[in-house]
Design a protein around this ligand. Sequence first.
Ligand SMILES: NC(=O)c1ccc[n+]([C@@H]2O[C@H](COP(=O)([O-])OP(=O)(O)OC[C@H]3O[C@@H](n4cnc5c(N)ncnc54)[C@H](O)[C@@H]3O)[C@@H](O)[C@H]2O)c1
Length: 353
Amino acid sequence: MVTGGAGFIGSNFVLDWIAETGGTVLNLDKLTYAGNVGNLKSLQGDSRHIFVQGDIGDGELVRRLLAEHRPRAIVNFAAESHVDRSIHGPADFVQTNVVGTFSLLDETYRYWQGLKPEERERFRFLHVSTDEVYGSLGPEDPAFCETTPYAPNSPYAASKAASDHLVRAYHHTYGLPTVTTNCSNNYGPYQFPEKLIPLMILNALAGKPLPIYGDGLNVRDWLYVRDHCEGIRLALTKGRLGETYNIGGRSERSNIDVVRSVCRILDELRPRTGAGYASLISFVKDRPGHDRRYAINCGKIERELGWLAGKDFDAGLRETVEWYLANPEWVENVRSGNYQRWVELNYTTRESL
Ligand SMILES: NC(=O)c1ccc[n+]([C@@H]2O[C@H](COP(=O)([O-])OP(=O)(O)OC[C@H]3O[C@@H](n4cnc5c(N)ncnc54)[C@H](O)[C@@H]3O)[C@@H](O)[C@H]2O)c1
Protein backbone atom coordinates (compact mmCIF):
# COMPACT_ATOMS: atom_id res chain seq x y z
CA MET A 1 0.00 0.00 0.00
CA VAL A 2 1.28 3.42 -1.00
CA THR A 3 -0.09 6.68 0.37
CA GLY A 4 0.25 9.90 -1.64
CA GLY A 5 0.89 7.83 -4.77
CA ALA A 6 -0.64 10.44 -7.09
CA GLY A 7 1.97 13.05 -6.11
CA PHE A 8 5.36 13.62 -7.71
CA ILE A 9 7.54 11.02 -5.97
CA GLY A 10 4.69 8.65 -5.08
CA SER A 11 3.54 8.30 -8.69
CA ASN A 12 7.11 7.68 -9.89
CA PHE A 13 7.40 5.04 -7.16
CA VAL A 14 4.13 3.31 -8.14
CA LEU A 15 5.12 3.25 -11.83
CA ASP A 16 8.59 1.90 -11.02
CA TRP A 17 7.30 -0.63 -8.48
CA ILE A 18 4.82 -2.19 -10.90
CA ALA A 19 7.36 -2.14 -13.73
CA GLU A 20 10.16 -3.65 -11.59
CA THR A 21 8.24 -6.16 -9.46
CA GLY A 22 4.95 -6.75 -11.27
CA GLY A 23 3.32 -6.52 -7.83
CA THR A 24 -0.04 -4.94 -7.03
CA VAL A 25 -0.26 -1.51 -5.41
CA LEU A 26 -3.14 -0.10 -3.40
CA ASN A 27 -2.79 3.67 -3.75
CA LEU A 28 -4.49 5.88 -1.15
CA ASP A 29 -4.36 9.56 -2.06
CA LYS A 30 -6.53 12.47 -1.00
CA LEU A 31 -5.96 14.25 -4.33
CA THR A 32 -5.14 17.66 -2.94
CA TYR A 33 -4.01 20.25 -5.51
CA ALA A 34 -0.69 18.28 -5.61
CA GLY A 35 -2.27 14.93 -6.46
CA ASN A 36 -2.61 14.15 -10.17
CA VAL A 37 -3.95 10.76 -11.22
CA GLY A 38 -2.98 11.73 -14.75
CA ASN A 39 0.58 10.80 -13.66
CA LEU A 40 -0.65 7.20 -13.57
CA LYS A 41 -2.41 7.28 -16.91
CA SER A 42 -0.28 4.42 -18.22
CA LEU A 43 -1.81 2.17 -15.52
CA GLN A 44 -5.38 2.91 -16.51
CA GLY A 45 -7.33 -0.36 -16.60
CA ASP A 46 -4.38 -2.27 -15.08
CA SER A 47 -5.67 -4.44 -12.22
CA ARG A 48 -2.27 -4.18 -10.47
CA HIS A 49 -3.08 -0.58 -9.54
CA ILE A 50 -6.02 0.03 -7.22
CA PHE A 51 -6.67 3.71 -6.62
CA VAL A 52 -8.64 5.00 -3.64
CA GLN A 53 -9.28 8.69 -3.09
CA GLY A 54 -9.11 9.31 0.65
CA ASP A 55 -7.25 10.80 3.58
CA ILE A 56 -4.53 9.01 5.58
CA GLY A 57 -6.14 10.66 8.62
CA ASP A 58 -9.48 8.91 8.00
CA GLY A 59 -9.04 6.04 10.47
CA GLU A 60 -12.22 4.25 9.47
CA LEU A 61 -11.29 4.21 5.78
CA VAL A 62 -7.72 3.10 6.48
CA ARG A 63 -8.98 0.32 8.79
CA ARG A 64 -11.35 -0.94 6.10
CA LEU A 65 -8.67 -0.82 3.38
CA LEU A 66 -6.15 -2.69 5.53
CA ALA A 67 -8.71 -5.38 6.41
CA GLU A 68 -9.82 -5.79 2.79
CA HIS A 69 -6.49 -5.64 0.98
CA ARG A 70 -4.16 -6.99 3.69
CA PRO A 71 -1.00 -5.20 2.50
CA ARG A 72 2.40 -6.60 3.46
CA ALA A 73 3.93 -3.14 3.59
CA ILE A 74 2.94 0.52 3.68
CA VAL A 75 5.04 3.27 2.09
CA ASN A 76 3.93 6.66 3.36
CA PHE A 77 4.50 9.49 0.86
CA ALA A 78 1.29 11.40 1.70
CA ALA A 79 2.10 14.89 2.92
CA GLU A 80 1.70 18.56 2.35
CA SER A 81 5.10 19.19 0.82
CA HIS A 82 5.59 22.79 -0.31
CA VAL A 83 7.58 25.05 2.04
CA ASP A 84 6.08 28.31 0.71
CA ARG A 85 2.56 27.03 1.31
CA SER A 86 3.53 25.99 4.84
CA ILE A 87 4.57 29.57 5.57
CA HIS A 88 1.22 30.98 4.41
CA GLY A 89 -0.98 28.20 5.86
CA PRO A 90 0.71 25.83 8.32
CA ALA A 91 -2.54 24.25 9.61
CA ASP A 92 -2.91 21.78 6.69
CA PHE A 93 0.70 20.69 7.27
CA VAL A 94 0.07 19.88 10.91
CA GLN A 95 -3.18 18.14 10.01
CA THR A 96 -1.81 15.80 7.33
CA ASN A 97 1.86 15.46 8.22
CA VAL A 98 1.43 15.15 11.98
CA VAL A 99 -2.15 14.15 12.82
CA GLY A 100 -2.61 12.17 9.59
CA THR A 101 0.65 10.24 10.02
CA PHE A 102 -0.27 9.53 13.64
CA SER A 103 -3.66 8.14 12.63
CA LEU A 104 -2.09 6.04 9.85
CA LEU A 105 0.50 4.66 12.29
CA ASP A 106 -2.14 3.84 14.86
CA GLU A 107 -4.36 1.97 12.37
CA THR A 108 -1.29 0.21 11.00
CA TYR A 109 -0.26 -0.86 14.48
CA ARG A 110 -3.70 -2.42 15.17
CA TYR A 111 -3.65 -4.17 11.79
CA TRP A 112 -0.09 -5.43 12.31
CA GLN A 113 -0.98 -6.83 15.76
CA GLY A 114 -3.72 -8.91 14.18
CA LEU A 115 -1.45 -10.53 11.57
CA LYS A 116 -0.17 -14.11 11.78
CA PRO A 117 3.37 -14.34 13.28
CA GLU A 118 5.09 -14.88 9.90
CA GLU A 119 3.15 -11.95 8.37
CA ARG A 120 4.03 -9.73 11.32
CA GLU A 121 7.66 -10.65 10.86
CA ARG A 122 7.58 -9.67 7.19
CA PHE A 123 5.49 -6.49 7.50
CA ARG A 124 7.13 -3.05 7.00
CA PHE A 125 6.03 0.56 7.46
CA LEU A 126 8.32 2.82 5.46
CA HIS A 127 8.06 6.54 6.14
CA VAL A 128 9.34 8.91 3.45
CA SER A 129 10.84 12.07 4.91
CA THR A 130 13.11 14.95 4.05
CA ASP A 131 16.57 16.37 4.79
CA GLU A 132 14.85 19.63 5.78
CA VAL A 133 14.29 18.22 9.30
CA TYR A 134 18.01 18.80 9.98
CA GLY A 135 17.90 22.58 9.45
CA SER A 136 20.44 24.65 7.57
CA LEU A 137 24.20 24.21 7.00
CA GLY A 138 26.96 26.79 6.75
CA PRO A 139 29.22 26.70 3.65
CA GLU A 140 31.91 24.57 5.32
CA ASP A 141 29.72 22.36 7.55
CA PRO A 142 29.82 18.60 7.00
CA ALA A 143 26.75 17.14 5.25
CA PHE A 144 23.78 15.88 7.30
CA CYS A 145 24.12 12.32 8.54
CA GLU A 146 21.52 10.16 10.33
CA THR A 147 22.75 11.31 13.75
CA THR A 148 22.60 15.05 12.98
CA PRO A 149 20.26 16.63 15.56
CA TYR A 150 16.87 17.70 14.24
CA ALA A 151 16.53 21.50 13.83
CA PRO A 152 13.56 22.12 11.51
CA ASN A 153 13.13 25.75 10.48
CA SER A 154 9.93 25.95 8.40
CA PRO A 155 6.44 24.76 9.39
CA TYR A 156 6.81 22.11 6.66
CA ALA A 157 10.09 20.83 8.12
CA ALA A 158 8.70 20.95 11.65
CA SER A 159 5.65 18.90 10.67
CA LYS A 160 7.83 16.32 8.91
CA ALA A 161 10.15 16.19 11.93
CA ALA A 162 7.14 15.52 14.17
CA SER A 163 5.99 12.70 11.89
CA ASP A 164 9.50 11.17 11.94
CA HIS A 165 9.45 11.21 15.74
CA LEU A 166 6.04 9.49 15.83
CA VAL A 167 7.33 6.77 13.50
CA ARG A 168 10.36 6.33 15.74
CA ALA A 169 8.15 6.13 18.82
CA TYR A 170 5.86 3.48 17.27
CA HIS A 171 8.93 1.34 16.66
CA HIS A 172 10.56 1.86 20.05
CA THR A 173 7.40 1.70 22.12
CA TYR A 174 5.23 -0.81 20.27
CA GLY A 175 7.73 -2.68 18.12
CA LEU A 176 6.10 -1.65 14.82
CA PRO A 177 8.59 -2.62 12.08
CA THR A 178 9.38 0.81 10.66
CA VAL A 179 12.12 2.25 8.45
CA THR A 180 12.48 6.00 7.73
CA THR A 181 14.24 7.61 4.77
CA ASN A 182 15.31 11.28 4.73
CA CYS A 183 15.95 12.50 1.24
CA SER A 184 17.30 15.64 -0.40
CA ASN A 185 15.60 17.67 -3.16
CA ASN A 186 14.13 15.52 -5.92
CA TYR A 187 13.65 16.43 -9.55
CA GLY A 188 12.33 14.58 -12.58
CA PRO A 189 9.12 13.81 -14.50
CA TYR A 190 5.66 14.62 -13.04
CA GLN A 191 6.85 17.28 -10.57
CA PHE A 192 4.18 19.88 -9.91
CA PRO A 193 5.25 23.23 -11.38
CA GLU A 194 5.30 25.12 -8.10
CA LYS A 195 8.73 23.57 -7.37
CA LEU A 196 11.94 25.17 -8.65
CA ILE A 197 12.92 23.14 -11.72
CA PRO A 198 9.50 22.67 -13.42
CA LEU A 199 8.53 26.25 -12.52
CA MET A 200 11.60 27.56 -14.31
CA ILE A 201 11.11 25.33 -17.36
CA LEU A 202 7.46 26.30 -17.80
CA ASN A 203 7.92 30.01 -17.06
CA ALA A 204 10.83 30.14 -19.50
CA LEU A 205 8.78 28.50 -22.26
CA ALA A 206 5.97 31.00 -21.60
CA GLY A 207 8.44 33.93 -21.74
CA LYS A 208 7.65 34.81 -18.12
CA PRO A 209 10.19 36.00 -15.52
CA LEU A 210 12.23 33.32 -13.73
CA PRO A 211 11.87 34.35 -10.08
CA ILE A 212 14.82 33.49 -7.82
CA TYR A 213 14.71 34.08 -4.08
CA GLY A 214 17.31 36.40 -2.51
CA ASP A 215 20.79 36.19 -4.02
CA GLY A 216 20.15 32.76 -5.58
CA LEU A 217 23.03 31.24 -3.61
CA ASN A 218 20.94 28.87 -1.49
CA VAL A 219 22.33 25.40 -2.04
CA ARG A 220 20.37 22.16 -2.39
CA ASP A 221 21.55 18.59 -2.97
CA TRP A 222 19.65 17.32 -6.04
CA LEU A 223 18.60 13.73 -6.62
CA TYR A 224 16.85 12.23 -9.64
CA VAL A 225 13.46 10.97 -8.49
CA ARG A 226 13.89 7.42 -9.81
CA ASP A 227 17.14 7.05 -7.83
CA HIS A 228 15.16 8.05 -4.74
CA CYS A 229 12.52 5.42 -5.59
CA GLU A 230 15.23 2.78 -5.85
CA GLY A 231 16.59 3.81 -2.45
CA ILE A 232 13.11 3.43 -0.96
CA ARG A 233 12.68 -0.03 -2.51
CA LEU A 234 16.02 -1.11 -1.02
CA ALA A 235 15.23 0.37 2.40
CA LEU A 236 11.90 -1.43 2.31
CA THR A 237 13.34 -4.82 1.50
CA LYS A 238 16.75 -4.68 3.21
CA GLY A 239 16.63 -1.78 5.69
CA ARG A 240 17.22 -2.52 9.37
CA LEU A 241 14.14 -2.04 11.54
CA GLY A 242 13.85 1.22 13.46
CA GLU A 243 16.68 2.74 11.41
CA THR A 244 16.76 5.90 9.33
CA TYR A 245 18.60 6.17 6.01
CA ASN A 246 19.64 9.43 4.38
CA ILE A 247 19.31 9.51 0.60
CA GLY A 248 21.02 12.22 -1.45
CA GLY A 249 22.53 12.88 -4.85
CA ARG A 250 25.98 14.16 -3.88
CA SER A 251 25.04 17.00 -6.26
CA GLU A 252 25.12 20.28 -4.40
CA ARG A 253 24.06 23.18 -6.61
CA SER A 254 23.06 26.77 -5.89
CA ASN A 255 19.59 27.75 -7.10
CA ILE A 256 21.04 30.24 -9.57
CA ASP A 257 23.30 27.55 -11.06
CA VAL A 258 20.34 25.19 -11.47
CA VAL A 259 18.29 27.89 -13.21
CA ARG A 260 21.18 28.86 -15.50
CA SER A 261 21.59 25.18 -16.44
CA VAL A 262 17.86 24.93 -17.27
CA CYS A 263 18.22 28.05 -19.45
CA ARG A 264 21.26 26.63 -21.26
CA ILE A 265 19.46 23.36 -22.04
CA LEU A 266 16.37 25.24 -23.29
CA ASP A 267 18.53 27.57 -25.41
CA GLU A 268 19.77 24.46 -27.15
CA LEU A 269 16.54 22.46 -27.39
CA ARG A 270 13.97 25.23 -27.90
CA PRO A 271 15.87 28.41 -28.88
CA ARG A 272 13.90 31.64 -28.51
CA THR A 273 14.23 34.68 -30.71
CA GLY A 274 16.24 37.53 -29.21
CA ALA A 275 18.10 37.14 -25.92
CA GLY A 276 18.53 33.68 -24.37
CA TYR A 277 16.31 32.36 -21.56
CA ALA A 278 18.73 33.56 -18.85
CA SER A 279 17.64 37.12 -19.66
CA LEU A 280 14.31 36.23 -17.96
CA ILE A 281 16.02 35.63 -14.58
CA SER A 282 14.70 38.03 -11.94
CA PHE A 283 15.72 38.12 -8.29
CA VAL A 284 12.81 38.48 -5.82
CA LYS A 285 12.52 39.14 -2.07
CA ASP A 286 13.83 36.15 -0.13
CA ARG A 287 11.55 33.58 1.51
CA PRO A 288 11.33 34.17 5.30
CA GLY A 289 13.67 31.85 7.21
CA HIS A 290 15.11 30.47 3.94
CA ASP A 291 17.59 27.69 4.80
CA ARG A 292 20.97 28.44 3.23
CA ARG A 293 22.35 25.03 2.45
CA TYR A 294 21.34 21.36 2.59
CA ALA A 295 23.73 18.50 1.89
CA ILE A 296 23.26 14.80 2.54
CA ASN A 297 25.82 12.25 3.63
CA CYS A 298 24.35 9.09 2.11
CA GLY A 299 27.23 6.79 3.12
CA LYS A 300 25.02 4.60 5.32
CA ILE A 301 22.56 3.51 2.61
CA GLU A 302 25.47 3.07 0.18
CA ARG A 303 27.43 0.87 2.61
CA GLU A 304 24.60 -1.08 4.18
CA LEU A 305 22.16 -1.50 1.31
CA GLY A 306 24.39 -1.09 -1.74
CA TRP A 307 22.45 1.92 -3.08
CA LEU A 308 24.11 4.40 -5.45
CA ALA A 309 22.63 7.45 -7.15
CA GLY A 310 22.78 6.31 -10.75
CA LYS A 311 21.89 9.54 -12.54
CA ASP A 312 24.40 12.33 -12.94
CA PHE A 313 22.75 15.75 -12.31
CA ASP A 314 23.50 17.26 -15.71
CA ALA A 315 22.15 14.21 -17.56
CA GLY A 316 19.10 14.00 -15.27
CA LEU A 317 18.33 17.70 -15.68
CA ARG A 318 18.51 17.44 -19.46
CA GLU A 319 16.17 14.41 -19.43
CA THR A 320 13.78 16.30 -17.17
CA VAL A 321 13.68 19.32 -19.50
CA GLU A 322 13.14 16.93 -22.41
CA TRP A 323 10.27 15.25 -20.52
CA TYR A 324 8.47 18.57 -19.96
CA LEU A 325 8.96 19.46 -23.63
CA ALA A 326 7.66 16.06 -24.74
CA ASN A 327 4.55 16.15 -22.53
CA PRO A 328 2.64 19.33 -23.39
CA GLU A 329 -0.69 17.61 -22.64
CA TRP A 330 0.32 16.86 -19.03
CA VAL A 331 1.61 20.42 -18.65
CA GLU A 332 -1.58 21.89 -20.10
CA ASN A 333 -3.78 19.78 -17.81
CA VAL A 334 -1.85 21.00 -14.79
CA ARG A 335 -1.83 24.59 -15.96
CA SER A 336 -5.56 24.65 -16.72
CA GLY A 337 -6.50 22.79 -13.55
CA ASN A 338 -8.14 20.01 -15.62
CA TYR A 339 -5.96 17.41 -13.90
CA GLN A 340 -8.19 17.79 -10.87
CA ARG A 341 -11.09 16.45 -12.93
CA TRP A 342 -9.03 13.58 -14.30
CA VAL A 343 -10.44 11.00 -11.92
CA GLU A 344 -14.05 11.75 -12.73
CA LEU A 345 -13.35 11.99 -16.45
CA ASN A 346 -11.04 9.05 -16.99
CA TYR A 347 -10.34 6.82 -14.09
CA THR A 348 -12.20 3.58 -14.24
CA THR A 349 -10.37 1.42 -11.70
CA ARG A 350 -11.08 3.74 -8.81
CA GLU A 351 -12.74 2.01 -5.89
CA SER A 352 -16.15 3.23 -4.97
CA LEU A 353 -16.25 4.58 -1.45
N1 LIG B 1 9.87 16.58 -3.40
C1 LIG B 1 11.00 16.46 -2.73
O1 LIG B 1 12.03 16.97 -3.17
C2 LIG B 1 11.06 15.67 -1.44
C3 LIG B 1 12.31 15.42 -0.86
C4 LIG B 1 12.38 14.63 0.29
C5 LIG B 1 11.23 14.11 0.84
N2 LIG B 1 10.02 14.39 0.27
C6 LIG B 1 8.83 13.77 0.90
O2 LIG B 1 8.33 12.82 -0.03
C7 LIG B 1 6.91 12.75 0.06
C8 LIG B 1 6.31 13.00 -1.31
O3 LIG B 1 6.73 14.27 -1.80
P1 LIG B 1 6.22 14.83 -3.20
O4 LIG B 1 7.21 15.85 -3.64
O5 LIG B 1 5.87 13.71 -4.08
O6 LIG B 1 4.89 15.58 -2.71
P2 LIG B 1 3.63 16.02 -3.55
O7 LIG B 1 3.10 17.24 -2.87
O8 LIG B 1 3.93 16.05 -5.01
O9 LIG B 1 2.59 14.81 -3.32
C9 LIG B 1 1.94 14.57 -2.11
C10 LIG B 1 0.77 13.64 -2.38
O10 LIG B 1 0.13 13.37 -1.13
C11 LIG B 1 -1.27 13.51 -1.28
N3 LIG B 1 -1.83 13.87 0.02
C12 LIG B 1 -1.70 15.05 0.68
N4 LIG B 1 -2.38 15.01 1.85
C13 LIG B 1 -2.91 13.76 1.94
C14 LIG B 1 -3.70 13.10 2.91
N5 LIG B 1 -4.08 13.72 4.04
N6 LIG B 1 -4.08 11.81 2.69
C15 LIG B 1 -3.71 11.19 1.54
N7 LIG B 1 -3.00 11.77 0.58
C16 LIG B 1 -2.58 13.03 0.77
C17 LIG B 1 -1.44 14.59 -2.35
O11 LIG B 1 -2.72 14.51 -2.98
C18 LIG B 1 -0.29 14.26 -3.29
O12 LIG B 1 -0.68 13.33 -4.27
C19 LIG B 1 6.50 13.79 1.10
O13 LIG B 1 6.30 13.12 2.31
C20 LIG B 1 7.69 14.73 1.19
O14 LIG B 1 7.80 15.29 2.47
C21 LIG B 1 9.91 15.14 -0.86
